[in-house]
Design a protein around this ligand. Sequence first.
Ligand SMILES: CC(C)(COP(=O)(O)OP(=O)(O)OC[C@H]1O[C@@H](n2cnc3c(N)ncnc32)[C@H](O)[C@@H]1OP(=O)(O)O)[C@@H](O)C(=O)NCCC(=O)NCCS
Length: 172
Amino acid sequence: MVEWVRLELDVGGFDDAAFEPYLEQAREAGITFTTMAVLGDSAQHHRALYELNKACSADIPERGEFYTYDAYIAERIEVPSFDPAGVVLATHDEAWIGMSSSSLHPGKGYAVSEMTGVLAPYRGRGLSLALKLLAIRFVRAAGYRRLVTIHHPRNASAIAMNRRLGFADRTD
Ligand SMILES: CC(C)(COP(=O)(O)OP(=O)(O)OC[C@H]1O[C@@H](n2cnc3c(N)ncnc32)[C@H](O)[C@@H]1OP(=O)(O)O)[C@@H](O)C(=O)NCCC(=O)NCCS
């Protein structure tokens, strides 16, 4: 049986200033940060998000086959918790190169960090930290204190990324 790694961040206690340099550094390298809400919650952008998510998810251990496009739309976009403002994107030369999506769950009292991914050529330079800083700001601005996520135990880079941001083991 897989022992999933369940993590959570106290958004109220998150230290933005410690991660702002990653945002600055990426901007200086010509990377732009935006959201699906700003770019437009359109069919064309849903397709681009699908392609980016699919490319990044290929490196998640034990992920298995990715959704078909129709299934992705039905299960990840056309759901009540999808919020285009919660889809943070990194672009370079107009190509989408990174994402961090979060969903809000008022009934449960927490937000979920759904998927963070960076295309392979852009990894290892703090881009995920910049994306998650913006995702955490979205969650905080929506009034949430808890941001939770779950990883396969073999996804060492994702677990390390979240621990680096201050995520700790979930206790509930
Ligand atoms: C996980 C992922 C988003 C990290 O993106 P990235 O931009 O390369 O990560 P960063 O350069 O911002 O690194 C942030 C921290 O993550 C950890 N990390 C990143 N890559 C790592 C690796 N290969 N091994 C171990 N730790 C790693 C480190 O703690 C790092 O901080 P540090 O360099 O200060 O020690 C990227 O590897 C990816 O897209 N993986 C495939 C998709 C995935 O598994 N997503 C998570 C599931 S939602």
